[in-house]
Design a protein around this ligand. Structure first.
Ligand SMILES: Cc1cc2nc3c(=O)[nH]c(=O)nc-3n(C[C@H](O)[C@H](O)[C@H](O)COP(=O)(O)O)c2cc1C
Length: 371
């Protein structure tokens, strides 16, 4: 059986293959509430045959949204709106559901990408005051965030824990903490965004303190038989920024606290980043973290071809692959990968008749009867 279609245990849960749909913001919620778009978008991805669908960055507090359209899990209405979408998925697909819990920190109060993605200036309609480790804007000329004080830190920690409890009630099987891409938890880790002089800034241990506290709070709030893991940016791609050595140390500290896996991305904290993009460009980061930390490791970033994904897993560079854009471009990617690599995949019974003649064993359990 190809490595891509072998089952994988992440903490207490088992994935039926190694294909994970990476979280993707949709900027299409209202007041944080999922709506028809989420039903269509998550619904169709749920039919893809991937083992796990990680729901987009979901804000734990209203002011933690990147844009006014971000999905949230900070209110009863948010929870009720998501419950509908999840019920529809459960009724029609065996896919497991993860959710990425997030806080945007200083990247909050932004426009959606299709509206330019820039900061909404304070005072403009739809804007709000962002919070962050330090009062340093993401880019020169932007409004500065407010540095979090002790009460603010407690509010964020509790926001993450409350959202984790809501996610548990919704039946979400795994939580991914968003500590990547320049959002709040990554801002604490990176010396570029964190210039605090208290116990949350300065040394590596101090910069890791708040993200680790949030991890502990979420881990304690989420049922023990369901995993919590973390998405990291393994490097800022900026001299003097957060780097791979620090990421290994962070992953080791997380492992000691019961983190179930590491999802390895990069970048996002500084507009000065210089990224050399190529297929699988973040895999070497995943490989080193996996080798040194030993947690189940998810590689992501320009993994687009089944043979490429198979090679990454067969080489032992990662334990699973995360796919984002490739899944939007081809939502049946896992079907096509199974066909290419000679494996079986789950497809809804309503679609079994689409199985191509040359792949007679493609769909798990397919029965095509007629009279
Ligand atoms: C539309 C879109 C939305 C995204 N939203 C998120 C997000 O909510 N959280 C996150 O960690 N990464 C997000 N990302 C990054 C992806 O999860 C992924 O790491 C990145 O796109 C690289 O993988 P790919 O080459 O397979 O697309 C997003 C990417 C896209 C294309």
């Amino acid at each position: 059986m190809p490595a891509l279609f072998q089952p994988l245990k992440i903490g207490p849960i088992e994935l039926e293959n190694r294909i994970i749909i990476a979280p993707m913001c949709q900027y299409s919620a209202e007041d944080g509430n999922a709506g028809d778009w989420h039903m269509i978008h998550l619904g169709h991805l749920a039919l893809s045959g991937a083992a796990l669908l990680i729901i987009e960055a979901t804000s734990v507090l209203e002011d933690g949204r990147i844009t006014p359209g971000d999905l949230g899990l900070y209110s009863d209405a948010n929870e009720a709106a998501l419950a509908k979408v999840i019920a529809a998925i459960r009724a029609n697909s065996p896919i497991k559901l993860g959710m990425q819990l997030a806080h945007a920190g200083r990247k909050a109060s932004s426009r959606a990408p299709w509206d330019g993605g820039q900061q909404i200036p304070l005072g403009a309609p739809g804007s709000w005051q962002a919070v962050a480790p330090s009062a340093l804007p993401h880019a020169p000329g932007e409004d500065a965030p407010t540095a979090l004080d002790a009460a603010g830190l407690a509010r964020v920690r509790e926001g993450f824990a409350h959202a984790a409890r809501r996610a548990a009630r919704l039946g979400i099987e795994a939580i991914e903490l968003h500590s990547a891409h320049g959002y709040l938890l990554h801002q604490f880790l990176s010396p570029i965004a964190n210039q605090r002089t208290d116990e949350y800034g300065g040394s590596l241990d101090n910069r890791m303190r708040f993200p680790l506290e949030v991890f502990d709070a979420v881990r304690a709030a989420f049922p023990a038989e369901r995993p919590v893991w973390v998405r990291v940016s393994a490097t800022d791609w900026v001299e003097g920024g957060w780097d791979l050595d620090s990421s290994v140390a962070f992953a080791q500290a997380l492992k000691a606290r019961g983190c179930a896996a590491i999802h390895v991305s990069t970048g996002g904290v500084s507009p000065l980043q210089k990224i050399a993009l190529e297929p699988g460009y973040q895999v070497p980061h995943a490989k080193r973290i996996k080798a040194e930390v030993g947690l189940p490791t998810i590689a992501v970033g320009l993994i687009t071809e089944p043979e490429q994904a198979e090679a990454i897993l067969a080489a032992g560079d990662a334990d699973a692959v995360g796919l984002a854009r490739a899944m939007l471009y081809d939502p049946r990617w896992p079907w096509h990968a199974a066909a290419t690599l000679g494996a079986k995949v789950h497809a809804p019974r309503q679609y079994w008749r689409s199985q191509p003649r040359e792949y007679k064993e493609l769909f798990e359990g397919a029965k095509i009867g007629a009279r």
